[in-house]
Design a protein around this ligand. Structure first.
Ligand SMILES: C[S@@+](CC[C@H](N)C(=O)[O-])C[C@H]1O[C@@H](n2cnc3c(N)ncnc32)[C@H](O)[C@@H]1O
Length: 293
């Protein structure tokens, strides 16, 4: 049973406009010449009897955008549906302020770093962050934002550092800089995944978490923020994950769940028709790398 964090505020449709961003997501995919939605590749009925379905997970949430959508993203064009343009996600900020990432100077691997706002904010608090993303445009934008005068000064004053590389979460073994840092450190102590996991289908999630586990030291922690199945329809993408799915993903292969609690993810303000901004219900999961590999 979920160890309940403070209950989410009462659901207010005007404060949680998940359907609006989703329509925009689909529009973005269409304008990029991509299909409206790319369901996980068609599978024979036999293959549908995956562990997930045996555990009773909904298959209705198995839709993900194709990886080519992320590879071709153009952050400079603006309108990237999750780009807060300079602000960290509130659950990331809250975790840092609660001391989850350890003292300043701790090295953090930021998986699917996007435009770098979480990484840059953490570096401006003295952390040493290595962010990677599949999207070259995300990496270029993250570097640009890190180098902007105010941010560069804040990072310097705090004694932090930030670096971004292009890499795929499914091919971490082939990401030289990530491997090099892991080797130097004897494994990362802290990994952050802010809204990457829910972009991946079942098989990709397992490949990613297995690769990530190999980069961690035993006792290292991964912090994962992803959209929750508490968000009602209408919904398109990314996936909404359930507590059971997260517990299953992190219950073996060198991981265990330490904490799973509810959180709110912020969406860009222009995606809201309310003055309170646009918010999406999420999970904030803390998983520990166990002593296995
Ligand atoms: C929803 S965005 C979140 C960005 C950022 N972490 C944040 O919190 O704003 C998901 C990011 O994951 C990246 N991504 C998707 N698939 C990936 C993969 N296979 N490897 C690395 N990054 C990936 C996307 O390019 C995108 O930047």
């Amino acid at each position: 049973m979920l160890a309940l964090a403070p209950r989410l505020p009462a659901f207010r449709p005007e404060a949680c406009l998940f359907s609006t961003p989703c329509v925009a997501d689909i529009f973005a995919a269409r304008t990029a010449g991509l299909p409206r939605m790319c369901a996980t590749s068609p599978q024979p009925e036999q293959e549908r009897l995956t562990r997930s379905s045996l555990l009773g997970f909904s298959s209705a949430n198995d839709d993900v955008l194709p990886q080519s959508y992320f590879e071709r993203l153009d952050y400079q064009e603006k309108g990237v549906p999750w780009d807060l343009r300079g602000s960290p996600q509130p659950p990331v900020r809250n975790a840092a302020q609660a001391g989850a990432f350890g003292p300043a100077g701790t090295v953090i691997l930021d998986c699917g770093c996007g435009a770098g706002d979480n990484a840059n904010w953490l570096a401006s608090r003295g952390y040493n962050v290595l962010g990677f993303d599949l999207s070259p445009s995300a990496v270029a934008t993250a570097e640009e934002r890190a180098a902007a005068e105010e941010m560069a000064a804040a990072i310097e004053v705090a004694g932090g550092a930030v670096e971004f590389v292009q890499a795929s979460a499914m091919e971490l073994h082939a990401a030289p800089r990530v491997q090099q840092r892991a080797d130097q450190l004897g494994g990362f102590e802290i990994a952050l995944d802010s809204a990457l996991l829910h972009c991946l289908d079942d098989a990709a999630q397992r490949t990613y978490l297995s690769g990530l586990r190999k980069l961690m030291r035993p006792g290292g922690r991964a912090y994962i923020g992803c959209f929750s199945d508490a968000n009602p329809d209408p919904w398109s993408n990314p996936r909404r994950l359930s507590e059971a799915q997260l517990r299953d993903l992190f219950s073996n292969d060198g991981w265990r769940v330490l904490e799973l609690k509810e959180a709110w993810y912020e969406r860009p303000r222009e995606r809201s028709t309310s003055s309170g901004g646009a918010w999406t219900m999420a999970w904030w999961c803390t998983a520990e790398a166990t002593d296995m590999c």
